[in-house]
Design a protein around this ligand. Structure first.
Ligand SMILES: Cc1cc2nc3c(=O)[nH]c(=O)nc-3n(C[C@H](O)[C@H](O)[C@H](O)COP(=O)(O)OP(=O)(O)OC[C@H]3O[C@@H](n4cnc5c(N)ncnc54)[C@H](O)[C@@H]3O)c2cc1C
Length: 387
């Protein structure tokens, strides 16, 4: 069927593999643009099964969401927790840097909002529908959207066409939650005899924070995580950050140590198949969430369909306009990831120095930017000899 749409794209049949943020958001925008599109989402999980805790959006992303779909934006902003500070905790001192607008929402809440919105618009969301035969689904539609996440089945099935580049990084990280509330994006460094542990935490609801812990492979091995159970791991990590958790427990959601997988693809589409979201690219979680990029991909792809008259033109337009944005973002995320991979090199710095190098680590935020955002922080940094 795809070759018809190759020439003309009205009233398309669109199959979407993956009901995460990317797949749902694209379906919403396409159905809004033309209610005659027949859109089917296939999602292996049920509507309430999810992993992860909170997701983060910058002020700029929220403006993009409002422009793309006011209705879901309204629902999202009703539920979110907003803050403007990054806090760096090192050697028991907390340094706050203001002027960074962010907000957090539970991933489950976000998915529920997007599922409801998609269904309201007439998108068919098929839960408990795991796709194994990708080719059959592709032959039955004008456009096959591969929004099936970091371990994408579609990317694997058509690896020859997409030419993925996968780089499994050495650091390990684990996603926990906690009822200790971190009011702001909090980066906490703690050391013990095994090595350095970094926690990335933020509040995403009135009761719960995300708490991601990262360490290098040597620290991970010395801590003995290979030999201990999930409960013992939870206790160990809880003890490392005992002061920061203030008596609250870490919460697991089937949490496991993972190596961050850096995903890139030489080609983003072929014929009627296109990758978006984590299936297409990943960016280290220290620079902002994958959810934001996944949704912004969906916005860019829907916009490409609005501006062109065939599937092939839309996919060419999508890659042409979106690739530079993603490459820029991945370059910044790479610097940030490398910083955390080498975190132990910075532990000799004073808290204010560490806060400064952290804020400027990706090369995208300068001394002048920080001076504008938080003059008091820069005054303290400039006067650090007297600290
Ligand atoms: C363990 C883990 C925890 C995370 N926690 C957070 C977090 O707390 N905050 C945050 O911002 N980011 C988190 N992330 C990253 C974030 O989830 C992604 O960057 C973001 O969700 C990307 O959106 P997506 O729609 O591209 O992919 P995903 O959200 O991964 O969605 C892909 C969907 O496709 C479905 N799927 C995959 N294959 C098939 C198939 N063959 N058939 C049918 N369905 C299929 C999956 O079930 C999934 O629902 C986490 C990632 C991981 C691996």
């Amino acid at each position: 069927m795809w070759f018809c749409a190759f020439l003309w794209r009205r009233d398309m049949k669109i199959n979407v593999i993956g009901g995460g943020p990317a797949g749902l958001y694209f379906a919403i925008l396409m159905k809004k643009a033309d209610a005659a599109h027949q859109i089917n989402i296939y999602e292996r999980n049920g509507p309430d099964d999810t992993f992860g805790w909170g997701v983060v959006f910058s002020g700029k992303t929220l403006a993009n969401l409002r422009a793309a779909d006011d209705v879901s934006h309204g629902e999202i902003t009703k539920q979110f927790e907003a803050w403007d500070n990054v806090d760096v905790v090192h050697r028991d001192a907390k340094i706050s840097i203001h002027g960074n607008s962010f907000s957090g929402i539970a991933r489950l809440q976000l998915l529920k909002i997007l599922q409801r919105r998609a269904e309201q618009l007439g998108v068919e969301v098929n839960f408990h529908a795991e796709i194994h035969d990708v080719e059959a689904l592709r032959n039955d539609c004008d456009l096959l959207l591969a929004a099936d996440g970091v371990n994408s089945t579609v990317r694997l099935r058509y690896a020859e066409q997409f030419q993925p580049e996968l780089d499994s990084r050495a650091n390990r990280y684990i996603w926990y939650g906690t009822h200790q509330l971190f009011h702001g994006l909090t980066l906490t460094f703690r050391e013990n005899s095994a090595g350095v542990f970094a926690a990335h935490s933020y509040k995403f609801s009135p009761t719960t924070s995300t708490f991601i812990v990262e360490c290098d492979p040597q620290t991970w091995t010395r801590a003995g995580f290979e030999q201990i159970s999930s409960e013992e791991t939870l206790d160990y990590v809880g003890a490392v950050f005992a002061q920061d958790l203030n008596g609250q427990k870490l919460l697991s959601n089937n949490s496991k140590w993972i190596n961050f997988l850096l995903v890139k693809n030489r080609r983003w589409f072929f014929e009627n198949v296109v990758l978006i979201g984590d299936a297409l690219h990943t960016a280290h979680f220290s620079i902002g969430s994958g959810t934001k990029l996944a949704i912004e991909d969906a916005i860019a792809l829907a916009e490409s369909f609005r501006q062109t008259a065939s599937v092939s033109d839309a996919l060419i337009h999508f890659e042409k306009t979106r690739r530079p944005v993603i490459e820029d973002y991945q370059a910044a995320a790479f610097e940030s990831m490398r910083w955390f991979e080498n975190a132990k090199q910075y532990m000799h710095l004073s808290p204010i120095e560490l806060a400064y190098v952290l804020m400027t680590r990706s090369g995208r935020v300068s001394y002048e930017d920080l001076k504008r955002r938080d003059p008091d922080f820069i005054r303290r940094y400039d006067g650090r000899d007297s600290l």
